[in-house]
Design a protein around this ligand. Structure first.
Ligand code: TEU
Ligand code: CA
Length: 539
């Protein structure tokens, strides 16, 4: 049975970089409200809001100190209520970012838990040190380094898989689960339409034994996608989510297909869908930072694996943690617009719920960083330090960090070609990409062959073709930098052909052209650089 959230386009907003309304250089909620008409015009039905809760910003809001209050940098709770209302008046729903693997160390619960006798002690994972007070085990975190921070006050270590200001909650404690249910109800009662669940597949740690040898994230095998997590997800669904018209999308770090099937299988009533990463790492060795050669054939195989492997996909190419897709899989120097449109054609001809990230719709590119001090992201700095420690040469480690840093996606939205790209009247919290006069919303709004115009076209095209939402996926062709796949449903049969290179290529297939990123009227079997072709085939 079809669900409303399968048909809508979800637009992710990273609030601090979207639109500033009061000149402090930080995007805010009134700024978002001022841009709702643009999102409506694009065809957006849902906004996923990255965290706006109270936070000391150790990890840009993914370290929450009060789940029921708004970070004053972004505005007030009445601004938030107003956003929900204004969006609803435009038939746009709001989804919040649920960050419950950890809180901020400035959350009331954590502050109290530092007292060994507090009833909140067991809200977190506190352990005594080993012999001569060494950390309780050898685990390393997502931001590199140990996951244990020693607390003088109570003479024990606490666990933090991310920053030391992000202590992990203890999901062996039923009181923690009840607190989370109350937080979810608080926001669902405000009329939000669901949650993007941050690192949701690692919340239950089934053992604290030493991890096996690993270059990064040692100990992952003791907490990734464990039965305890499945049980908690089913409980949250049963006791809270199923009582509201809402959905969940899990961010599931390093999830494999078997785990994903268990996490978002309909019958198991855990998550409705989830974000995997494999399609964005075909040209990466360890996670995002160590590059290897891109092979279009490998991308097609990964797309087929996930499209065929899951009942439903959350389809995305960008978010606040990923480099810009036109710089990653496209060509942001020779063919910026054409390759951005080719990638949009790929995304919008895959099955699943569409997620786009702010700026993707105008083909924003990676930032032209030229030194480390320009980077804000804690992950980038920590990974750079690790690379330096293990002897990666300076030039190479900078190259790797520059192309993979999460800050590539976090530079302010480029609204127009005026000062500060129309993002702020003040000094932006993070540098604005120097190409904002070339790439900006205003300029593209008025140009019929812009990336923005093309996103509106593919969003409308998909909306009118159920085969693209619900059809089967069959890989058909992969040669050099060209891939092709087929989508079929109730006799409808579409063939999508994509050229991932600046070199023209041949790919002769029969059919009538129904979509082209070059505005072609028909297809002669020859693909230009970064050309995308969608054909309707008789079959
Ligand atoms: O990200 C989880 C995570 O592991 C990423 O930081 C990682 O760098 C990338 O996505 C995988 O290659 C989530 C949030 O999206 C991120 O912004 C937070 O920093 C993190 O959790 C901690 O809350
Ligand atoms: Ca502001």
């Amino acid at each position: 049975m079809k669900k409303w959230w399968q048909e809508e386009v979800v637009y992710q907003i990273y609030p601090r970089s979207f639109q500033d309304s009061n000149g402090d250089g930080i995007g805010d909620i009134p700024g978002i409200i001022s841009r709702l008409d643009e999102l409506k015009e694009l065809g957006v039905g849902i906004i996923w809001l990255s965290p706006v809760y109270k936070s000391p910003d150790a990890d840009n809001g993914y370290d929450i100190s009060d789940y029921r209050d708004i970070n004053p940098k972004f505005g007030t709770m009445s601004d938030m209520d107003n956003l929900i209302k204004e969006a609803a008046s435009r038939k746009i729903k709001i989804v919040m970012d649920l960050v419950i693997n950890h809180t901020s160390d400035e959350h009331e619960w954590f502050k109290k838990s530092r007292d060994k006798n507090s009833p909140y002690r067991d809200y977190y994972i506190w352990k005594p040190g080993n012999a001569n007070n060494k950390p309780p085990n050898n685990w390393t975190g997502f931001f590199m380094g140990s996951v244990w921070e020693y607390d003088e006050q109570s003479g024990e270590y606490y666990l933090h898989l991310f920053h030391k200001k992000q202590p992990d909650l203890n999901y062996h404690n039923p009181k923690v689960i009840e607190e989370i249910k109350d937080i979810m109800r608080f926001w669902l009662d405000k009329g939000i339409a669901g949650f993007r669940c941050d690192v949701i597949n690692i919340i239950y740690k089934s053992s604290f034994a030493n991890g096996k040898k690993a270059l990064a994230i040692r100990g992952l095998e003791h907490y990734k996608s464990k039965e305890g997590t499945h049980r908690i997800l089913r409980e949250l669904r049963r006791d809270v989510l199923d009582r509201y018209d809402c959905f969940t999308v899990g961010e599931t770090v390093m999830v494999d297909l078997d785990e994903a099937k268990l996490l978002c299988d309909n019958e198991r009533k855990e998550l409705d869908m989830l974000f995997y990463f494999e399609h964005l790492e075909v040209d990466r060795r360890i996670a995002r930072y160590v590059p290897k050669k891109f092979k279009a054939k490998k991308l097609l195989a990964v797309l087929a694996k996930w499209q065929q492997g899951l009942e439903w996909n959350a389809v995305y190419l960008e978010n606040h943690d990923q480099p810009r897709i036109v710089s990653h899989y496209g060509d942001d120097s020779l063919y910026p617009e054409r390759s951005a449109k080719m990638l949009a054609t790929m995304q919008f001809t895959l099955g699943g719920t569409m997620f786009i990230y702010q700026g993707q719709e105008i083909g924003m590119t990676n930032f032209d960083f030229d030194e480390l001090s320009q980077l804000n992201d804690v992950e980038s700095h920590n990974i750079h330090a690790l690379m330096k420690k293990i002897g990666i040469p300076r030039k190479l480690r900078w190259e790797w960090i520059k192309t993979a840093s999460r800050d590539n996606a976090r530079t302010p939205m480029q609204w127009n070609g005026e000062a500060m790209a129309g993002f702020t009247s003040g000094t932006p919290w993070l540098k604005i990409n120097g190409n904002y006069q070339k790439i900006n919303y205003q300029e593209q709004k008025e140009r019929s062959d812009s990336v923005l115009a093309y996103y509106k076209e593919v969003i409308a095209f998909r909306h009118n073709n159920d085969v693209l939402k619900y059809g089967s996926f069959t890989p058909v062709f992969a040669k050099g930098s060209v891939i092709a796949y087929r989508r079929e449903l109730d006799g409808d049969n579409y063939l999508i052909i994509l050229n991932f290179s600046k070199k023209p290529a041949k790919a002769a297939f029969k059919g009538s052209l129904v979509l082209s990123n070059l505005g072609r009227a028909n297809y002669d079997g020859k693909l230009a650089a970064y050309e995308a072709v969608v054909m309707k085939c008789e079959r």
